[in-house]
Design a binder for this molecule. Structure first.
Ligand code: AP5
Length: 218
């Protein structure tokens, strides 16, 4: 098994697919978004600053997110990491390469999840997640079987994110195009990039990701 990056705009389905890979392949998901949401509940000054930036839809500083990933790579052992929402800038991509090298590891594939902007609005505004196990749902396309109860773990702690509104999403998309989309060329030139149609159904997207992993011999 190896390490992969899921690269795509907000709502592309990175978290949904990462959860499937964790369940089906035993990989470990490293989501900087989840780590930052945990940090914002800490009540510290740093947590408050992070919350303001996230709610506006802007990117948190490179130093903070690189530090979070560094800490995980130093402490967590895994048969393969899924980097979900990291890296998001060229500086973060360089830092990830250096961190992996320091740990004697490499990247096996970078999967670009391509979507149409308009589809993202309905995906994001309808999303809710389980606050206990992280399962991802949608009001229309993927509701829970029993209203208010997580299918995966039975929790009633279902949540919506503060940045899941149309105004914040527009900023998040601009941040993606300005700062994150250059990573497509960066990883293409590193011969690591595979692009897939993430507008397809969850199962079809999962099949496409499996093909990339299998082709890479993982
Ligand atoms: P983060 O938490 O990483 O959010 P994001 O990248 O905006 O991505 P999302 O979690 O919104 O979407 P997703 O692609 O995971 O989609 P999902 O699977 O949930 O980051 C949040 C914020 O943290 C950033 O704005 C920034 O401020 C900060 N941050 C995080 N990392 C950072 C970094 N590295 N540097 C700086 N700042 C950072 O799916 C969405 C919905 O669509 C769900 O309802 C799902 O059910 C549905 N869906 C999924 N797949 C499909 C499908 N194939 N068909 C139909 N519906 C689908």
């Amino acid at each position: 098994m190896t390490n992969i990056i899921l690269l795509g705009p907000p709502g592309a389905g990175k978290g949904t697919q990462a959860h499937k890979l964790v369940a089906e392949r035993g990989m470990v998901q490293l989501s900087t978004g989840d780590m930052l949401r945990e940090a914002r509940t800490s009540g510290t000054e740093m947590g408050k600053r992070v919350a303001e930036v996230m709610d506006r839809g802007q990117l948190v500083t490179d130093e903070i997110v690189i530090g979070l990933i560094e800490e995980k790579l130093d402490t967590v052992k895994a048969p393969g990491f899924i980097f979900d929402g990291f890296p998001r800038t060229l500086k973060q991509a360089d830092a990830l390469g250096a961190l992996l090298e320091r740990h004697g590891q490499t990247l096996g594939a970078v999967i670009e999840m391509k979507v149409d902007d308009e589809a993202l609005v309905s995906r994001i505004t309808g999303r809710f997640t389980c606050g206990d196990c992280g399962a991802v749902y949608h009001d229309v396309t993927h509701p829970t079987k029993v209203a208010g109860v997580c299918d995966a773990c039975g929790s009633t702690n279902l949540k919506r994110r503060a940045d899941d509104n149309e105004v914040s999403l527009r900023t998040r998309l601009m941040e993606y195009y300005k700062k994150t989309s250059p990573l497509v060329g960066y990883y293409y030139h590193a011969h690591l990039l595979s692009s897939i149609d993430a507008l397809a159904s969850v199962e079809t997207v999962a099949d496409e990701i499996a093909k990339v992993l299998d082709k890479a011999g993982k």
